[in-house]
Design a protein around this ligand. Structure first.
Ligand SMILES: C[S@@+](CC[C@H](N)C(=O)[O-])C[C@H]1O[C@@H](n2cnc3c(N)ncnc32)[C@H](O)[C@@H]1O
Length: 264
């Protein structure tokens, strides 16, 4: 099956667009709602009729870009939202696109691609992000189809692919999926490593004290993941400070958002 521009254009022209929600999906809408920095440069690849781009634009984000193989869905967007900047609507192949973004939003683009392209998808997403930038969005955690889009897959298939390029990955059951997708989606956050900031000495002393006293700790990582346990090692790797918990989890110190002694 050749999933090229002609294929997708045909789907728009015949109205076979079952993926289209007619509005922004709840997970992406709620993600955009809590973003404070309206200057973030955001890319939505395979954005289709671009409901999320329109929503972000109306919230005041001014650097929202959409790329799609065909302009058929952009005509619809511009009818709904004539002031959306036309030069932010890119007609072309995601894999040939160059740029640097703070956020990339995923929704039914990954599952629209031939699974043979998944490794390239992850590598290219990584290349398109600024240091510290994030790929966020929803992935199906469901078998779906094997011979046509939407192609299925599961967390266990995706994690090794993402781990090849991203160090900070979170893929958890999505709690706010739209009803027909409930229980079948993962909320993905894949963060590109940032410019490293050396650890604050006071914090290092606190980690060291907790390790020496074998006190349980609670860490909230910058990607939202929570970790509990005892610190069993503080070490250097690649010129950065890391700590290891008794669970075996290893965390680079600049990926720790908050640290607390676990009293519970
Ligand atoms: C299933 S639709 C999803 C549209 C949109 N994300 C949504 O949720 O409504 C997949 C979209 O990806 C686009 N697409 C497929 N392959 C692409 C590629 N290599 N580069 C850019 N867009 C692509 C298609 O044209 C189509 O609009």
């Amino acid at each position: 099956m050749n999933l090229d521009r002609t294929y997708w254009e045909g789907r728009y022209h015949t109205g076979e667009t079952g993926w289209d929600l007619g509005g922004p999906s709840t997970p992406l809408k709620e993600y955009l709602d809590q973003l404070v920095d309206k200057d973030l440069k955001i890319l939505i690849p395979g954005g289709g009729r671009a409901w999320e781009a329109e929503y972000a634009h109306r919230l005041g984000f001014r650097n929202v870009f959409v790329i799609d193989l065909t302009d058929a869905p952009f005509i619809d967007l511009l009818t709904r939202c004539p002031d959306f900047p036309k030069d932010h609507l890119i007609v072309g192949d995601f894999f040939a696109h160059e740029g640097q973004y703070d956020r990339i939003l995923e929704q039914t683009f990954f599952c629209a691609l031939d699974p043979a392209l998944r490794e390239r998808y992850v590598a290219h997403m990584h290349a398109l992000l600024q240091p510290g930038g994030k790929l966020v969005g929803v992935l199906f955690n469901d078998a779906l189809n094997t011979d046509r889009p939407p192609f299925g897959g599961f967390k266990a298939d995706y994690l090794p692919l993402f781990a090849k390029h991203f160090s900070g990955i979170s893929m958890e059951a999505c709690h706010n999926s739209i009803a027909p997708r409930a229980g079948r989606e993962l909320w993905l956050v894949a963060e590109k490593e940032g410019t490293y900031t050396p650890i604050d000495c006071n914090l290092y002393d606190r980690y060291e004290a907790a390790a020496t006293l074998k006190q349980p700790v609670h860490l909230t990582l910058t990607n939202g993941q929570n970790l509990h346990g005892r610190i069993v090692d503080l070490f250097h790797r690649d010129k950065a400070e890391w700590l290891r918990l008794d669970s075996g989890a290893e965390v680079r110190s600049d990926q720790i958002g908050t640290f607390a002694l676990d009293t519970g």
